[in-house]
Design a protein around this ligand. Structure first.
Ligand code: WTA
Length: 642
């Protein structure tokens, strides 16, 4: 099934089909000239003359873009719009409670960011320092990011759903001295105890000397004298001007922790010039954005989608960006569509997991609303199944709105593979084609390059400006994780099919990363939480297909010898993981496993565990190499029936 480009879109588009072809030709013929021109969309204090300097080779590994350029991202997102657009709306904030919303102009956003930047400076934060941001979806979250960018501090935003332990690990890893949080958050009518979590986390973070506490609910939260400082009075006393710090293009802009197959979450580091160019360029192309249009990305700023497509990309493009504090089904499952009507949203960008959950409620909650303002829909975070795609298109968009299914990763900074609404015919479930200058390649397990219509592991053979630059504090891990599996290439960790038209269909992770309701997790992190429980001897976690979440979490747990498996213990373990990592990491199924399938050298055969969790029993493969093949019979017999 193919949906052709609507004529009106081809006419209005920044890039139509011919433009896309032409851009590909130009970037191949003259990459430096092409990227120099793209970089020209930003305001540079000193324009770059060196455009690209990249080697993926082991001996000489480095990634640099626009390296002699100087700019400030906060100035690009705010100051440069002031002469002509000061009264345009930068943010529309929609509260968890539908009675609460607010519009913030570029002038106001600039003032708020300057105030917060001045507060940070007065507390001793200087260029290069790391600041941890643990806030709900309130405008201060965006101000905090931009305030850091303004003074050259490196922000690390931690999603408000993370536990005190997870927060502490992230604060310690990047050695933040200052944390910005709120008294409480509000989501779906429930309180999120942010300050309480921070207080618990800081018991393990002696390096933090200042916590700025934004008042969201006004609740009476414990404040430690000398360390915890209410933000309100500081803000009121701060100056409304703060000169933006000139930053080198390769100076760090932010760290964002994300999960990999092994070990602790990695601090993905993005730098200033390349990231800002990429977020801004892709936001304009993929959403065909023009200033004045009302644009809403429903992600949380705690994830990369919120960084690139609520804050940096849209603001660099003088957009009006909606910040939504709530959830899709509160107070009712019409909420998304009501917010669209209320603010006349034209471009709407969300995750398949939300769509699948809303789809289950039927069409009535959608049809109660008008949605006439909508022109373009987007999807991100996980593969969108064709059924959900078609529902999104037919019911939400009433057949008139193209859907941009955007594939990318925390590591890639912003979109790499996506349809362009004026250029690309759509196929439900396919992220379609790479943006100009993104060189995709499919390889087999041995690294052999696969041509034509085929399936394989998705690699990228050359750099793009928004690529991550390092793992914070561990450059070797950066190289080993992404560039050593297939030498000379960036390996994404995703499996992918390419069809006869050259369209790409992402099939999901091929490593031990799982994607649960769009939340990316390493199975190793959940295992490590489980074995931290005093009754657990060993644990193995795999993903399994889940109708709403995309993937669910299936845990095999071996208890210590004297421990009885009980329903209470099962509940206790679920609670334990929620507390250790965060509510979104709670296992969907826990199977008691007297033994795990291991090779004679002691390696757990995850392939078998995945098959059992998927109920795909005809396909267990060769189990004869296992140390104890009988283990598998027990796993099969006692699998959690679904
Ligand atoms: C998956 C989120 C299919 C993929 C922006 C990737 C997708 C991981 C899509 C990155 C998509 C993201 N279609 N799969 N449109 N978008 N993914 O770092 O497996 O949270 O590797 O970044 O999400 O997740 P991350």
């Amino acid at each position: 099934m193919v949906f052709p480009v609507p004529e009106a879109w081809a006419e209005r588009a920044h890039m139509d089909a011919a433009g896309y072809e032409a851009a590909w030709k130009r970037v191949q013929a003259d990459p430096e000239g092409f990227w120099k021109e793209v970089a020209g969309r930003l305001d540079w204090i000193k324009a770059p003359t060196k455009i690209k300097d990249v080697s993926y080779a082991k001996e000489d590994f480095h990634i640099r873009w626009f390296e002699d350029g100087v700019l400030n991202v906060s100035a690009n997102c705010l100051d440069r719009h002031l002469p002509t657009r000061a009264d345009d709306v930068a943010f529309i904030w929609e509260g968890d409670n539908p009675a609460q919303s607010r519009k913030i102009t570029y002038r106001e956003a600039h003032e708020e960011v300057c105030r917060m930047a001045n507060v940070l400076k007065s507390r001793g934060v200087a260029k290069g320092d790391r600041v941890t941001i643990y806030l709900p979806m309130i405008p201060e979250a965006a101000y905090a990011m931009l305030a850091c960018a303004r003074i050259g501090a490196v922000h690390s935003v931690v999603f408000g759903g993370f536990s005190p332990d997870s927060l502490a690990g992230r604060i310690q890893d990047c050695d933040s001295r200052l944390v910005i949080t709120a008294d409480e958050g509000l989501r779906g009518g429930k309180v999120v105890p942010l300050m309480r979590n921070v207080a618990a986390a800081l018991e393990d973070c002696p390096g933090v000397d200042t916590v700025l506490v934004v008042s969201r609910t006004g609740a009476d939260v414990p404040m430690k004298a000398g360390r915890d400082i209410p933000y309100g009075p500081e803000r009121a006393a701060a100056g409304v001007d703060c000169a933006p710090e000139p930053m080198n293009a390769e100076d760090p802009l932010f760290i964002l922790y994300t999960s990999g197959s092994t070990g602790k979450p990695k601090g993905v580091l993005h730098t200033t010039g390349g990231y800002a160019v990429w977020a801004s360029w892709t936001h304009e192309l993929v959403f065909d954005y023009r200033p004045g249009e009302i644009y809403w990305c429903t992600a949380d700023v705690g994830w990369v989608t919120g960084h690139s497509y609520i804050v940096y990309g849209p603001l660099a493009n003088a957009a009006t960006s909606v910040i939504f504090e709530g959830v899709p089904n509160y107070p009712t499952s019409s909420r998304f569509w009501e917010v669209i009507d209320k603010h006349q949203v034209e471009i709407f960008y969300t995750a398949p997991t939300a769509l699948r959950a809303l789809m289950r409620e039927g069409e009535a909650p959608v049809q109660r609303t008008s949605r006439k303002s909508l022109r373009l829909l987007g999807s991100v975070g996980e593969p969108i199944n064709p059924e959900a795609w078609l529902w999104y298109h037919r019911v939400v968009g009433e057949g008139r709105c193209p859907i941009v299914d955007t594939w990318w990763q925390t590591e890639t900074g912003a979109c790499l593979v996506s349809p362009l609404p004026g250029a690309t015919a759509l196929k439900p479930g396919s992220a379609t084609k790479p943006l100009p200058g993104v060189y995709l390649q499919l390889v087999d397990a041995e690294g052999k390059v696969l041509d034509g219509a085929t399936s394989g592991n998705l690699c990228i053979t050359d750099s793009w400006p928004g690529q991550m630059r390092t793992v914070y504090g561990d450059h070797q891990r950066f190289f080993d994780t992404y560039f050593s599996t297939y030498p000379g290439k960036y390996f994404t960790g995703d499996g992918c099919r390419r069809d006869e038209d050259g369209y790409y269909w992402i099939t999901g992770r091929v490593d031990d990363v799982i994607n649960v309701s769009g939340h990316r997790m390493g199975t190793a992190e959940i295992e490590s939480a489980l074995v931290g429980h005093h009754d657990v001897a060993e644990a193995a976690v795999v993903g399994f297909p889940h109708d709403i979440k995309g993937q669910g979490i299936y845990a095999y747990v071996t208890l210590k010898a004297d421990v009885q498996p009980t329903e209470n213990l099962r509940k206790d373990l679920v609670l334990w993981v929620r507390q250790e990592i965060g509510p979104f990491a709670a296992p969907d199924a826990i199977q008691w496993a007297p033994g795990l399938p291991k090779t004679r050298s002691g390696k757990i055969m995850r392939r078998i565990l995945r098959k059992v969790a998927e109920n795909d029993l005809g396909n267990l493969g060769d189990t004869s190499t296992l140390a104890d093949p009988a283990v598998v019979d027990d796993l099969v017999k006692n699998r959690i029936g679904r």
